[in-house]
Design a protein around this ligand. Structure first.
Ligand SMILES: Cc1cc2nc3c(=O)[nH]c(=O)nc-3n(C[C@H](O)[C@H](O)[C@H](O)COP(=O)(O)OP(=O)(O)OC[C@H]3O[C@@H](n4cnc5c(N)ncnc54)[C@H](O)[C@@H]3O)c2cc1C
Length: 320
């Protein structure tokens, strides 16, 4: 049995789902959670449901806004005061920024962007995609503990029957230390949608969308089914969508439950970013498009006819 700490981020006061995914996989080990700042009682209860024992609320000056130095200093000091074997976080933008710094402070190993793991006998063994997902590496960490791990959002899945933890919550004094790069302001993206990397459903458009305005039909479908809209690089390079929406080798890596690719051919560089999606639906007018070799469901036809029909049918099905 291992002693584990899971660092959680909050989004609009809510625990990110990837934290619950991690906790659900840690059954049989002791898992605490660390959060910077305050967390509501209902969120502590949610963490407890998935196995959290103690929720440590790290509080101190200069921690009101995220800063890689402040957060890593505060977390490092807290971790040093305990005896954790492993420290986990989601491979979110923050996790990817924070955990390499944290691991460096301990001169310890880091397994990043893990898509699955086991903890047999309290020892971590993970799986991690390499070379744009063409190869899956088995990763283990040696050297001094604690060991650090980030897991890809949506990859582990939720444990349907987790073992509940005590879920006690207490403040812990934290020290942000010296912050050389001050974050002056954090501007929220205009979109209220879940970020692509954490979205459960994604509707993506390719070059076949022809222009930015036509993405309206994807947005309409996305609104009905609670999806986030993505794009291929061809669509981004053509100016139809911003780079933040790009899925693929030089864009974002996503792992949704459902990925609907509209007018996307299925180039290897696009697949690199979405091949771990649980269910892939492709809509393409070319029956020989490579995307169909990876799709679970394929619709051969004109996306401009099919997408609006899907939107209407989902509206009826979901009573919207
Ligand atoms: C180093 C490198 C990195 C790259 N990184 C990325 C990346 O991160 N992400 C990425 O996506 N690509 C990336 N690419 C580019 C990639 O190789 C492809 O060029 C790109 O993915 C193609 O985008 P697409 O599928 O939208 O366009 P196309 O390949 O042009 O495909 C358009 C598809 O739409 C179909 N179609 C046309 N009209 C309709 C219609 N009315 N209804 C339905 N279907 C229709 C066509 O049959 C075709 O299959 C990268 C390339 C390189 C070299």
């Amino acid at each position: 049995m291992a002693n584990v700490l899971v660092f959680t981020e909050l989004h609009d006061g809510k625990v990110k789902p990837v934290t619950l995914e991690i906790l659900g996989k840690l059954t049989g080990n002791t898992a605490d959670v660390a959060v910077i700042g305050d967390i509501a009682a209902d969120q502590v209860a949610e963490l407890a449901k998935y196995g959290a024992q103690n929720v440590h609320k790290l509080k101190g000056s200069n921690l009101d806004k995220y800063s890689p130095e402040g957060y890593s200093n505060a977390l490092a000091e807290f971790i040093k005061s305990k005896s954790y074997d492993y420290v986990f976080a989601g491979a979110t933008s923050m996790g990817k920024d924070l955990f390499p710094r944290l691991a460096t402070k301990f001169q310890a190993g880091l397994a990043s962007d893990v898509t699955n793991f086991t903890m047999d006998g309290g020892t971590f063994a993970g799986t991690r995609p390499f070379f744009a997902g063409k190869c899956l590496a088995k990763v283990e960490i040696t050297g001094p503990k604690p060991h650090f791990i980030t897991t890809r959002p949506n990859a582990l899945g939720m444990n349907p029957s987790p073992t509940a933890g005590a879920g006690t919550a207490a403040d812990a004094a934290a020290n942000a230390g010296e912050i050389r790069a001050q974050i002056k302001e954090i501007i929220k993206a205009a979109s209220t949608k879940v970020d692509l990397t954490e979205a459960n459903i994604i509707v993506s458009g390719g070059r076949a969308m022809k222009n930015a305005e036509n993405f309206k039909i994807l947005n309409e479908l996305a609104d009905v089914i609670g999806a986030t809209v993505g794009a291929s690089r061809a669509a981004v390079d053509s100016g139809f969508a911003p780079h933040a929406m790009q899925v693929g080798q030089t864009g974002k890596t996503v792992s949704p439950s459902l990925y609907i690719a509209c007018g996307i051919s299925g180039a290897i560089q696009h697949l690199a970013g979405m091949r771990t999606s649980k269910v892939i639906v492709a809509i393409n007018s070319d029956p020989d498009a490579p995307i169909f070799t990876k799709a679970d469901y394929g619709i051969v036809g004109d996306l401009f006819q099919i997408v609006p029909i899907l939107t209407e049918e989902f509206k009826k099905l979901l009573g919207k």
